[in-house]
Design a protein around this ligand. Structure first.
Ligand code: NAP
Length: 245
């Protein structure tokens, strides 16, 4: 791959899946801008170690995915700092789990705002840059929960299902300008988000490949879409070990 001067943005790149995406893209020749919300020390450490290892340009930005103005400012700043926006990975996400009848309005709002509305704001801003460039790759990290639903996650499932509709629509609107848009639907991936999941043994029984996924499993799919996915758009790609709900 000739990825020289290709610029990728990863939201939520300080930990978990986003961090693996930052590492994989940088090691494959991308310059990478990534955001974090509160983990500034982890973000700084990642920039320092990957810059030394790969020689690529890396930069971390404190930016709240749930803040509309911050999403627009992020894309404007990265476009100015790096010169282009070739790949956008909408990865930042949160959970506020509880059964629907107990869910507080603020937990519904926080998850929809960060996991869905933030993707709209970031994608709208990046889409304008990509349309002008007549090329771009947008990858949204959805979830198997957005496809199947999951008890205790009505807010998260609604946001992740919403991302699928957003993805398919953006693919239709921007395709003629050379911009692809796909969603990845991870199964259970071992990160801080799933660290204290109950009944892990039972969950494993539902996964034909008999293991939880790694952040690298998702990052490798992101890399494939970013480098080899030129004729793939509007798709939801399950990366879930064959998980059947
Ligand atoms: P994680 O380990 O909890 O990491 C979340 C990342 O998102 C961190 O970098 C965090 O930054 C950032 N973030 C959180 N809120 C943010 C905000 N308001 N603005 C900007 N950044 C924010 O989560 P993960 O497991 O890697 O999940 C990453 C994505 O994959 C999420 O969208 C999640 O829904 C999705 N996903 C995960 C799984 C799984 O099994 N883990 C399965 C399906 C889908 P700080 O470090 O600063 O907090």
């Amino acid at each position: 791959m000739n990825a020289q001067k290709q610029v990728a943005i990863v939201t939520g790149g300080s930990r978990g899946i986003g961090k693996a995406c930052v590492e994989t893209l940088a090691r494959s020749g991308f310059d990478v801008a990534f955001t974090y919300h509160s983990s500034s020390a982890k973000a700084d450490e990642l920039v320092a170690s990957l810059t030394a290892e790969t020689g690529q340009t890396l930069k971390a930005y404190q930016s709240d995915a749930g803040d509309a103005k911050a999403c627009q400012a992020l894309i404007d700043t990265v476009a100015a700092d790096f010169g282009s926006v070739d790949v956008l990975v909408n990865n930042a996400g949160i959970t506020r789990d509880t059964l629907m009848i107990r869910m507080k309005d603020e937990d519904w709002d926080a998850v929809i705002q960060t996991n869905l509305t933030g993707v709209f704001h970031t994608t709208r801003a990046a889409g304008k840059v990509m349309m002008k460039q007549r090329k771009g790759v947008i990858i949204n990290i959805s979830s198997v929960v957005g496809v199947y639903g999951n008890a205790g996650q009505v807010n998260y499932a609604a946001a992740k299902a919403g991302l699928i509709g957003l993805t398919k629509t953006v693919a239709k609107e921007l395709g003629a300008r050379g911009v692809t848009c796909n969603a990845i639907a991870p199964g259970f991936i071992e990160t801080d988000m799933t660290g204290d999941l109950p009944h892990k043994d039972q969950l494993l029984n539902a996964i034909p490949l008999k293991r939880f996924g790694s952040p690298e499993d998702i990052a490798n799919t992101v890399l494939f879409l970013a480098t080899k996915g030129q004729y793939i758009t509007g798709q939801v790609i399950g990366v879930d070990g064959g998980l059947v709900f």
